[in-house]
Design a protein around this ligand. Sequence first.
Ligand code: ATR
Length: 287
Amino acid sequence: MALEKTLAIFGYPLGHTMSPVMHNAAARELGLAYRFLAYEVTPARIGEAFAGAKAMGFAGLCVTIPHKVAVHGMVDDLGEDARLMEAVNVVTFEEGDKTKGHNTDGVGWLRSLEEETGETPEGKRCLVLGAGGAARAIVMKLAQSGAAHIDIRNRTPEKAEDLARFIKEKLPAANTSGGGLDNLPSAAADREIIVNTTSQGMTGDFEREKAMPIPEDAIPSGCICTDAVYNPVDTPFMKAARRRGAKTVPGVGWFVHQGAAAWKLWTGAEMPKDLVRGKILEALGAS
Ligand code: ATR
């Protein structure tokens, strides 16, 4: 019998990851001999773990917080998005013992937006809440897609300003600005897309679970609201956006699409996305 090929995710901490549910369901459904495993790897040992994956002939790797920037510096080659974003979330093991880093976060977010709303960011005024790794991938995609203006607002304003500058350095045609969370209602008033990339609303902390990234009455009716948080599936932000008459794109769609892009890179196959989404919703207790 042929050996199963190993796929894995490295992150720290990793308690919440749904990646094994996703990729193992895809392998079972397609009858492909892959097994996806999750490993908590500390930042101090990511180099050793990466070398180990290579030595043991892993078929592919996902890396998540806090390893995306470190692994960007370890691979032999980079895909275009990983090069632009200076962060890697997927690794492929290529011929000649070479590794290649990719970033599927931005494209996964864009595909979920297009699939669930039928719209693209082209020509749209956007507000991005948060300025971490998720924000970097999404702002880059918004800029590449021709968004009219991208305003980044963050609890720590300097990080939003840095991200706005970073994107403009990479894509000089991008129209970006950055600032703090003061006066969000006026920042949101003319926006057509609002993206939450903060952890507000995420499960695991009583206060955070109830928290909103933006006041409900600041959400313009008719705009598109997307959430990076996928656990719970229906966050306070998504509920509030529906009450305001906005279109909603919950984080689970983004999660599935970024994983489907990784799966395609590793196996060459299309992920059975609807089936996988169902399995994730079931695992999150939301089906
Ligand atoms: P990721 O890579 O998933 O984006 P991250 O880099 O840790 O994760 O970023 C988390 C984001 O949530 C940050 O923008 C963070 O704001 P700071 O840069 O000021 O830390 C934001 N965030 C976390 N807790 C928050 C809170 N209570 N209120 C507002 N923003 C918060």
